[in-house]
Design a binder for this molecule. Structure first.
Ligand SMILES: C[S@@+](CC[C@H](N)C(=O)[O-])C[C@H]1O[C@@H](n2cnc3c(N)ncnc32)[C@H](O)[C@@H]1O
Length: 264
């Protein structure tokens, strides 16, 4: 089985910010996770720039810090545990300090993204600052998952529009905010060929799906084991039916990137 990777995703996010992320710039990376986007930004802002990565998970932040130190960039990147819903910044950052804010594969998970954008525009970003967010549009195995799981009681932990129509979800996100959406494009693609067939292979595919799509595992944790098993059986049956002539299931994802600028 090919291991699935969002190849080049973080680089494309940072590139999409254009000159807002240049040597000496200040960048905030929201929901930084293991710091992939933050570290690409850190390389670009150079020794005189600074990057702050925030995430709700201490565990991810420890890994991010370790990677930054190993890459010799620990002095220009800081990682802090924060919920984006309560975005209080340390005083040393002052007000409206960020040239750019990035958010990799996470915007759909936030409870009140509109409120977050207000806070960013009012307190965190410089006038004319650039906000870049991406989401990977849903691929076939995840779509099939929703088809079989929702009627069996699965609740997606965020608005299904992000999965069904990522483009419209991004357009709506910025409506009525202090941001002008200046670019919204499908920029990356990721493809994996899944071998289906034996019970062992299907077990591995199921595990792979739940690991790739953290929102699926969050939702599954709320169901009892019997219900999860029922969903899994239904999913395996549908996936088997999607095998092509070569006996594989093609798993395809597309990266949507939105670039928005704070109104002056
Ligand atoms: C799919 S990961 C993306 C990580 C990283 N941005 C990347 O592109 O590799 C989603 C991240 O969002 C974080 N997250 C989810 N809700 C959050 C919240 N309310 N506040 C801060 N971080 C949050 C999770 O802990 C996780 O690290």
């Amino acid at each position: 089985m090919t291991k699935f990777v969002h190849a080049g995703g973080p680089e494309r996010i940072v590139d999409a910010a254009g000159p807002a992320i240049k040597p000496g710039a200040s960048v905030l990376d929201l929901a930084t996770g293991t710091g992939k986007v933050a570290l690409v930004a850190a390389a670009k802002v150079g020794e005189k720039g600074r990057v702050l990565g925030i995430d709700i998970s201490d565990e991810f932040l420890k890994l991010a810090k370790k990677t930054a130190d190993e890459a010799g960039m620990g002095d220009r990147v800081e990682f802090l545990q924060r919920d984006v819903g309560a975005l209080d910044m340390p005083v040393e950052y002052g007000r409206r300090w960020a040239d750019a804010v990035t958010c990799g594969s996470a915007i759909a998970m936030f409870a009140e993204p509109g409120k977050l954008l207000d806070t960013l525009a009012r307190d965190v970003m410089k006038p004319g600052g650039v906000f870049v967010a991406d989401m990977w549009a849903m691929h076939l195995p995840a779509k099939i998952f929703l088809d079989v799981a929702v009627p069996r009681g699965f609740e997606a932990p965020f608005d299904a529009l992000w999965m069904a129509d990522t483009e419209t979800a991004f357009q709506r996100l910025f409506e009525g905010t202090q941001f002008n959406l200046v670019k919204l494009e499908k920029m990356g693609e990721s493809m994996a060929r899944w071998e289906a067939g034996s019970e062992e292979k299907m077990e591995a595919l199921w595990k792979n799906l739940a690991e790739d799509q953290t929102w699926l595992s969050f939702g599954l944790e709320r169901l009892d084991a019997g219900r999860v098993e029922e969903i899994k059986r239904a999913w395996v049956k549908e996936i088997e039916a999607c095998r092509n002539d070569e006996g594989v299931v093609v798993k395809e994802m597309k990266q949507w990137i939105a670039v928005a600028v704070v109104k002056e």
